[in-house]
Design a protein around this ligand. Structure first.
Ligand SMILES: Nc1ncnc2c1ncn2[C@@H]1O[C@H](COP(=O)(O)OP(=O)(O)OP(=O)(O)O)[C@@H](O)[C@H]1O
Length: 600
């Protein structure tokens, strides 16, 4: 009974549309943010321009030291030029200081803006909740670690992007000044690598999103499974729960593989834009020498490529691929709608609003062409089954042993995803319901009643912890549980499950179902160990509460009490009242005959 695993896509973290909307909002906010800080950007560019000069001087001095010094037999001149290159490196120190003085003027306002936004979001979530119970569990993380990560990623991004632009400008200017032919060799692979990298950014960000989503989904599934463990075992739904968890893990593994593939693409881009020019330069040396390019210029060009361009490119691509994607994800989350609610630690107390907003207008259960087979080669247990159970109806399901009655209930409860067909609860496809929604819509009582060590009151209130004492007493009266309460020494005396008979355990579970807020109760031979009087009392009580009851009938009396009976007969299904079915269904007549024989 209670929350069980839902279809794997039931609580997928983000739909596509909210995300693209969030991307747009992030872009617009980023443009506004940078526009307002144009002065800082100009100062940053001014300091970075000095970095261009430093890069330019580095290669140029090396070239001169060879051409005008060492290769001409004038080592003193060569050393002088190398001293110039060293001086350029030393001059880099104040440049770095100047850049870092400007950087906080960009990163701190971003952090402040993100903190402000997180607080507003958390307050909006809390104030929008009229029950006063809403807790945005991610708010603290957004306020602390996520904003810090965003700030650090942004700082890294600014540093890397700025450095690449100005270093590349200095290096390209140096190459042209040494020999314009260098551009013919260096530019094509550089442009190709950068274009490839730019094209891969969007899918790389998508892969990062997918991985984070999958990772978070595993976390939520682990929490859900841990919370619902007792119920999963009690309902015998370990297999579907296991399958869902496996699917979540497989998805995370696939997402991580995809991410690794994009990391490989990034390496290819670095190789194309950064290392291929070096190779081409070496290969083109005879041609370049033929063009009158000097040996010093060649070494200077290699200095530009190896000392300046390649490290800047490598840093840019790594930072964009990792910190950039992280920053994008965090900004989109902060700009988008609040993240999906974590699975509740306890079963929700009230059913959520139905999808259509017309609970009474939608059928409680709708099955359309539902097919279920346990395994690829296995015979279909349910084959193209159509079934509508109206809200407020009481349906009994009958059929020979092993025909698929429990399967039908598990499908209707959203615990078993059919191979084909559609299942709706109150108008909403079960696949679209999060486990918490499913738990609020329906309660499934299996034959093996689940009772835990604790008081009888706790056991009864398990699916509705906030039930008032008067509600509990109403349930005790409705199900005639007084003798059991007396025997146990009161509602608040601890009970031991193994000290209860199977029938008593079923009574406790039935009481729990009576007290819970779910409008749909699915009873899978949940009264088989109770005596016929207790069964009749329980069914009457469950039926008297507002809602729908579907019962896998253990006795003929259950079928007689129902509004309608569904007879499962192999792949065929017939329904009607008891009287109608006696006339139309030979199988039903057999079952009734068997029940009559068995019970005199
Ligand atoms: N997890 C499973 N794996 C493989 N086969 C299964 C599984 N669960 C049920 N089956 C098979 O599916 C068929 C229908 O089982 P189901 O429990 O739905 O029948 P039932 O009508 O409820 O039976 P009973 O009245 O005996 O409880 C049976 O043949 C059963 O062996």
């Amino acid at each position: 009974m209670g929350p069980g695993p839902a279809a794997p896509h039931a609580d997928k973290p983000h739909a596509d549309n909210p995300r693209s909307g969030a991307s747009r909002r992030v872009r617009a906010s980023a443009v506004r943010f940078l526009r307002r800080r144009a002065a800082v950007l100009v100062r940053l560019a001014a300091w970075s321009a000095a970095e261009s000069a430093q890069t330019f001087l580095g290669g140029w001095c090396v070239a001169r030291s060879l051409d005008d010094g060492f290769l001409r037999g004038a080592p003193a001149t060569g050393l002088l030029w190398l001293g110039g290159a060293a001086l350029a490196i030393l001059l880099g120190a104040p440049v770095v200081r100047g850049v870092f003085a400007q950087l906080p003027l960009l990163t701190e306002p971003l952090r402040d803006a993100l903190v402000r936004r997180s607080v507003v979001q958390a307050l909006a979530t809390a104030t929008a909740d009229t029950t006063g119970r809403a807790v945005d569990a991610t708010a603290v993380s957004r306020l602390t670690s996520q904003t810090e990560i965003a700030r650090d990623s942004f700082a890294g991004l600014v540093l890397a992007a700025r450095s690449f632009v100005f270093v590349a400008a200095g290096a390209l200017a140096g190459l042209v000044s040494l020999a314009p032919q260098f551009l013919l060799v260096v530019l094509p692979p550089l442009v190709l690598g950068l274009a490839l990298f730019t094209a891969s950014l969007r899918p790389m960000a998508r892969a990062q999103h997918r991985y984070l989503d999958a990772d978070e989904y595993i976390g939520r599934r682990a929490q859900t499974t841990r919370t619902a463990l007792r119920d999963i075992v009690a309902c015998g739904t370990q297999e579907p729960a296991d399958a869902l968890n496996r699917r979540a893990i497989d998805e995370a593994a696939a997402a991580q593989r995809a991410l690794a593939c994009w990391a490989a693409v990034r390496t290819l881009c670095v190789a194309t834009a950064g290392q291929l020019p070096v190779l081409l330069l070496l290969a083109a040396t005879p041609w370049l020498l033929g063009q009158g390019v000097t040996a010093g210029a060649l070494v200077g060009a290699l200095t530009y490529l190896l000392q300046a361009l390649l490290p800047a490119l490598h840093t840019l691509m790594t930072v964009l691929g990792t910190a950039g994607a992280r920053l994008l994800v965090i900004l989109e989350r902060l700009a988008g709608p609040p993240p999906p609610e974590a699975e509740p630690l306890t079963t929700p107390r009230q059913p959520p609003a139905p999808a259509s907003g017309h609970r009474r207008a939608a059928a409680a259960v709708e099955l359309r062409r539902v097919e279920v087979a346990y395994g690829p080669g296995a015979r279909a247990v349910l084959d193209g089954l159509d079934l509508t159970v109206e809200d407020g109806e009481h349906l009994a399901v009958v059929g020979p042993s092993g025909i698929g009655k429990s399967t039908l209930l598990r499908v209707a409860a959203g615990l078993l995803t059919p191979d084909q067909g559609e299942v709706r609860l109150y108008g909403r496809p079960v696949g679209d319901c999060r486990p918490s929604h499913l738990a609020a819509l329906r309660a499934l009582l299996p034959q093996e009643a689940y009772v835990f060590t604790g008081t009888l009151r706790d056991n009864l209130r398990y699916l509705r912890p906030d039930a008032r004492p008067s509600d509990v007493m109403a349930t005790v009266r409705a199900l005639a549980l007084d003798p059991l309460v007396d025997r146990l020494g009161g509602l608040d005396r601890p009970l031991r499950p193994d000290a209860l008979s199977l029938g008593e355990r079923q009574l406790v579970a039935l009481g729990r179902a009576h007290l819970c807020a779910a409008p749909l109760l699915l009873l899978d031979e949940a009264t088989c160990h109770t005596d016929p009087v207790a069964e009749a009392t329980a069914e009457h009580a469950l039926r008297s509460r507002t809602g729908t009851v579907v019962v896998v009938a253990h006795r003929l009396s259950s079928a007689l009490r129902a509004d309608r009976v569904l007879v499962l007969d192999g792949t065929r299904a017939q329904h009607g009242t008891h009287r109608e079915l006696l006339g139309t269904s030979a199988l039903y007549r057999d079952l009734v005959g068997h029940w009559n024989d068995a019970h005199g």
